[in-house]
Design a binder for this molecule. Structure first.
Ligand SMILES: [Mg+2]
Length: 375
């Protein structure tokens, strides 16, 4: 089949606020009652459409208001009239049109891939080179200031087949972190526990705390110190038996290169919201692989739509082998915006087989939660 030219004729941008079930304290920021996402829908002259999500977090990558403006004002002109098959070219134009705004670019590339997959009758993972895995082990995060509520959540998750959790540490006292780890280990000796400090420790005295955490045989310790502090990351990576996972230290492929070269970590968390899209996420994973480091499928405060983009990327990327944390659509949001439930069961995310992302967005739900719509 030769290439049939098409052109993008419409772009709609929604800023939606999605209610959540409980508070989440991550040290770098508290999420109380809702999360903000920005959704775009592209439509072509031949009537093909595609959706993508930006999941900014004000304390991490940026605000939803800025993301909506980046898409509406700066990215829209490079998208309208473009052939949706020219994904690398459109992304290069978007990168020239506006600096930063990686979440907006992740939404754009997701929508382009969704469009393209629907037009060709292929899942997004097939467009990314093909499928390596059909399911991805799923981790849920425990970050409720009320730990009894988190234990109830874990009981429910364990009954549902979840065997992997991430405990958010470094927010309250070190004693509270150790107490929670003791309770978790006692209740679930076989649980695969990961801890994430979200940059919460000062390097002074941190090594002693991290050695206390090591006793609980956690799988990895994520981002103990601020992302910029490469010296401290390298020192803890060398000093600890437990692998160190870099999150805030590595956004881009260039950051991944520095992490590999300076041995700043033992593994890297790949998030499309940090890299600015799925293909750049795969580049980060490839750079990690070149140094023998595995990668992990991280996320932000996302709906099922962004989870789907990450799922297709991980499906096509062998080196993202440490599982994923796409739990929010099913375990955290009051209601997701997908028409059918995000596909996870028995502790695993099932890689979709339908064209594009394989799922449709419920436009009525989106309109219901939208604070602002631009077209
Ligand atoms: Mg993290």
């Amino acid at each position: 089949m030769t290439h049939q030219k098409d052109s993008i004729e419409r772009m709609t941008v929604w800023h939606a606020a999605l209610p959540v079930r409980s508070a989440r304290d991550h040290g770098s920021g508290l999420v109380a009652d809702k999360v903000d996402v920005v959704v775009i829908r592209l439509e072509t002259a031949s009537g093909v459409f595609g959706f993508g999500e930006a999941s900014p977090w004000a304390v991490f990558t940026g605000t939803a208001e800025a993301t909506a403006a980046a898409l509406d004002r700066y990215i829209r002109p490079v998208v309208l009239g473009a052939d949706p098959a020219d994904i690398p070219l459109i992304m290069a134009d978007a990168n020239r049109a506006i600096a930063g705004h990686t979440e907006a670019k992740a939404a754009l590339e997701t929508a382009l891939l969704d469009c393209r997959g629907r037009a060709m009758g292929l899942p997004v993972w097939a467009l990314l080179g093909g499928r390596y895995r059909k399911e991805i082990p799923l981790s849920i995060s425990l970050a409720n200031p009320d730990f009894d509520a988190d234990m109830d959540l874990l009981d429910e998750a364990w009954a549902g087949g979840i065997r992997m959790i991430k405990l958010k540490t470094g927010v309250q006292s070190h004693a509270f972190d150790i107490e929670r780890l003791e309770r978790l280990r006692k209740a679930y000796p076989e649980l695969n526990i990961r801890v994430d400090y979200n940059q919460g420790l000062q390097p002074f005295g941190a090594l002693r705390r991290l050695k206390d955490v090591e006793q609980f045989k956690v799988t990895f310790i994520e981002q103990p110190v601020p992302g910029w502090n490469h010296e401290a990351m390298a020192r803890f990576t060398a000093a600890l038996e437990t692998p160190i996972l870099a999150d805030e230290t590595v956004f881009s492929p260039g950051d991944a290169h520095k992490a590999v070269k300076g041995r700043l970590c033992d593994a890297i968390s790949v998030k499309i919201m940090k890299t600015g899209g799925l293909r750049r996420g795969m580049e980060v994973a490839a750079i990690a692989e070149s140094a023998g480091m595995p990668a992990y499928g991280g996320d932000m405060f996302e709906s099922g739509l962004a989870h789907l983009a990450g799922t297709h990327m991980i499906a096509a990327t062998p080196n993202i082998s440490l599982g994923c944390e796409f739990y929010q659509a099913r375990w955290y949001l009051e209601e997701d915006i997908l028409r059918e439930a995000f596909p996870c069961d028995n502790g695993k995310v099932a890689v979709p087989e339908g064209p594009g992302l394989g799922f449709d967005v419920d436009l009525e739900k989106l309109a219901h939660y939208a604070a602002d719509t631009r077209q």
